[in-house]
Ligand binder design. Sequence first.
Ligand code: A3P
Length: 318
Amino acid sequence: EGEQSHENHPPSMVAEGDDHHIITKKQGPTFCQFQGFWCRSSLVPNIISFQKHFQALDDDIIVASKPKAGTTWLKALVFTIVNRARFSLSNSPLNLTNPHKLIPYLEITVYGQDHIPDLTSIPSPRLFATHLPFAVLAESSIKQAKSRIVYVTRNPLDIIVSFWHFIRGIECPDWPLVECFEMFCRGEEGFGPFWDHALGYWKESSEKPHKVLFLKYEHLKENPIQQIKRIAEFIGFPFSVEEERAGAIEEIKTFCSFSNMKDLVGNMTGTMGRLHIQPKELFRKGEVGDHINYLSPSAIERFCKIVEEKLSGSGLAY
Ligand code: A3P
């Protein structure tokens, strides 16, 4: 049940050259529908394998997000908070290794169709990440265990613009922004719709605040010190008064900031995953509200109306 997949094909614009009838396909990534959300069909076997085999432990920490909501940043923060007694910042593995290698995605890198990893020897607390919606994640043992989930979301208009730049850079150089925008209006983007993704974690965090911490990218930008303290307390690694006095939170804030992270060796070299993504693609601008520079006022208004309607009555606003 729920395992049939329907491929969607975002509308493709076909341009013909005057003389040679050269056909240039301008099309974006293809997603299929699975368990009520959209994802790449190549992930379906991984998700099934994860749901079936993952044995959650009570002290696991899961970083959850939709792509482009600030995942890389949150991974860096969680890794640094948890490991601060083990590594000084100058010795942090983050200097040489991309955050996505240190906190891998359960459904992208940890589990595969024919790959059921032995995760028992990973020191506690184990750190994992996921882009899966809460309902899909909850089909694993994570729901029963006391493992904690730190979720980050972001203004979906900024997610659209960030995603469009990212996908153009790695995979679809000719994909028009308008098509990307329409895909998000339909809610057919990877791990989307946005509203279902955010609402799933929002509801769980309201009902079980010890289980899910719900963060917004904008709040992290606005008051990083306060948000870093919240994260640390939630995951069971609170800062002591001495640490606070010594400026430990301020140091973590600066270390994980956009301007510092983007220039670390681990984020300037190598490639990641099946698409051979260069880590530098994960650091574009790191600002709030950049959609203003790309989307027309009428497009913004139209999208805001959709989101407002979808989130209405939930207490969550964007
Ligand atoms: P922009 O494209 O708007 O710049 P994700 O990590 O979920 O893929 O999200 C990527 C977005 O987060 C990108 O947004 C990227 O620039 C931004 N980002 C990455 N690292 C960041 C950091 N340390 N601080 C703030 N924003 C960061």
